[in-house]
Design a protein around this ligand. Structure first.
Ligand SMILES: Cc1cc2nc3c(=O)[nH]c(=O)nc-3n(C[C@H](O)[C@H](O)[C@H](O)COP(=O)(O)OP(=O)(O)OC[C@H]3O[C@@H](n4cnc5c(N)ncnc54)[C@H](O)[C@@H]3O)c2cc1C
Length: 419
């Protein structure tokens, strides 16, 4: 179910009796404390006190678990970010933060996860897990979680190619909810008042609030799945903030069994090609010069590259429309179905500013837009706008930047200067 994030929440929680971890707890509504009194003349009858909602706690061990991603033993940044978000959720729940790590020769990676906040790392180290495959990974994770006396409260994965593939398999196995592409995560109560579900009426404390933009970002939806645990969500790389690593943090590393079945090997990996991905580093760029359909064709990106090269650590990016047109590879795409970026400077060239593009770049410190249409939506998020033709404005920018670099120094990116 989803709620508007801006809806006020009822802060009143009825008391819980019994052990919150021992299973679903149903607290009967309290008897009204108001005793009937003789009615005075002209006095309205006292209003009955509203009955407190029964509190329902779905069974869980309060654990928050992050499914780690590693490539050749290197923990992926999205995992460290998820540990940062998971730490906050675990603190709010009063539970522990754990990680599941699958791979081969990954014990060093397990130590890194502890440095970034995991209290316990479940490690499945096996040659067949060296490279990601859906069915073996799904098998090991669901086998592990089935050994738990009570399910973990929350399971988090990255909105990466791997996470998007694996998360629905796990959610379907446990018949639990999954919210993809969250931008915020939180913990709070949920009051279910829909009489169509009489068995479910009640107040559910400690729910995962999986928050993400919806309906073209006109609504920030808070999506909840209080009926079953683990409550699951994926978040995109670059959205959550990792903790500072601390080599003094200690944690437990638990080896877990790997019992793969022949039917888990229906897919065979023929070849792994990594070079194309590593050539584009939008995540760490200080300046991104992004091109849209308005640059006119693949050759337009040559010009944008020259502009990007005027800056230290400048790279080019793109809108989806030009990626779909085959002008530039997918790795450059910024937006809802591409990368989320936060550079110091973002120069949008010939990009209209569709909502799906803006969600991926609106957190840049300084946004400069060049568009020949003065009413283009990109100007709504731009700190500086230039109404003009990219084929004229960009060469002029390059000329002026180069003229300014008398000694050959590149322009250091400036921090935000709102106008
Ligand atoms: C589910 C879904 C997911 C999507 N995900 C993404 C995503 O991740 N990223 C993304 O970018 N889009 C995404 N889109 C597509 C998005 O809706 C837009 O279609 C796309 O962003 C438009 O790209 P554009 O701005 O380059 O092209 P256009 O919308 O065609 O805009 C071109 C702009 O260039 C300007 N222009 C034209 N010629 C010139 C010139 N010579 N000089 C200056 N300006 C000029 C025009 O005025 C116009 O504003 C998604 C769509 C859907 C439905």
């Amino acid at each position: 179910m989803s709620q508007n994030e801006n809806q006020p929440q009822d802060p009143q929680k009825p008391p819980v009796s019994g052990d919150a971890q021992a299973g679903a707890q149903y607290v009967a509504p309290k008897e009204s404390a108001t005793s009937p009194s003789p009615k005075a003349d002209n006095e309205a009858p006292p209003k009955p006190e509203p009955e407190p909602m029964r509190e329902i706690i779905t069974p869980s061990n309060k654990e928050v678990i992050v499914v780690a991603e590693q490539v050749q033993g290197q923990v992926q940044t999205v995992t460290l970010e998820l540990l940062g978000a998971g730490r906050d959720l675990a603190n709010k729940l009063g539970g522990k933060l754990s990680c599941i790590l699958l791979g081969h020769n990954v014990r060093e990676a397990a130590q890194k996860l502890i440095q970034y906040g995991a209290e316990c790392v479940y490690v499945a180290d096996h040659p067949e897990l060296e490279n990601y495959r859906t069915l073996p990974f799904r098998r090991v994770i669901t086998d592990l979680l089935q050994t738990f006396e009570l399910p973990p409260h929350i399971l988090l994965l990255g909105s990466t190619t791997t996470g998007r593939d694996l998360a629905p398999r796990i959610a379907a196995f446990f018949k639990t909810g999954l919210t993809a592409d969250c931008t915020e995560l939180d913990i709070g109560p949920y009051e279910h008042t829909n009489k169509a579900d009489p068995d479910k009426l009640g107040l559910y404390p400690g729910c995962l609030y999986a928050i993400r933009p919806s309906f073209g970002e006109s609504l920030k939806a808070r999506i909840l799945g209080p009926w079953n645990n683990p409550q699951m969500a994926t978040t995109r790389p670059g959205v959550m903030v990792p903790l500072q690593p601390d080599t003094n943090r200690t944690g437990e590393i638990r080896e877990i069994p790997v019992n793969l079945k022949p039917e888990d090997f229906r897919l065979e990996i023929a070849e792994i090609v990594r070079e194309a991905q590593s050539a584009v580093n939008l995540d760490e760029a200080d300046v991104i010069v992004a091109g849209g359909f308005g640059v006119g064709g693949p050759e337009g990106f040559e010009l944008l590259k020259q502009l990007a090269d005027c800056f230290e650590n400048g790279v080019i990016g793109a809108s989806r429309k030009v990626v779909d047109a085959g002008w530039i590879p997918y790795q450059y795409q910024i937006g809802q179905t591409g990368k989320t970026v936060r550079p110091k400077v973002y120069i949008a060239c010939g990009i209209s500013g569709a909502i799906q593009h803006k969600v991926g770049m609106h957190k840049a410190s300084l946004i400069i837009a060049i568009n020949k249409d003065a009413d283009a939506p990109i100007f709504q998020v731009a700190h500086h706008g230039i109404v003009g033709d990219v084929t004229q404005v960009v060469p002029e920018l390059i000329r002026q930047l180069k003229a300014g670099q008398q000694s050959g120094n590149k322009v250091p990116p400036q921090e935000k200067s709102l106008v």
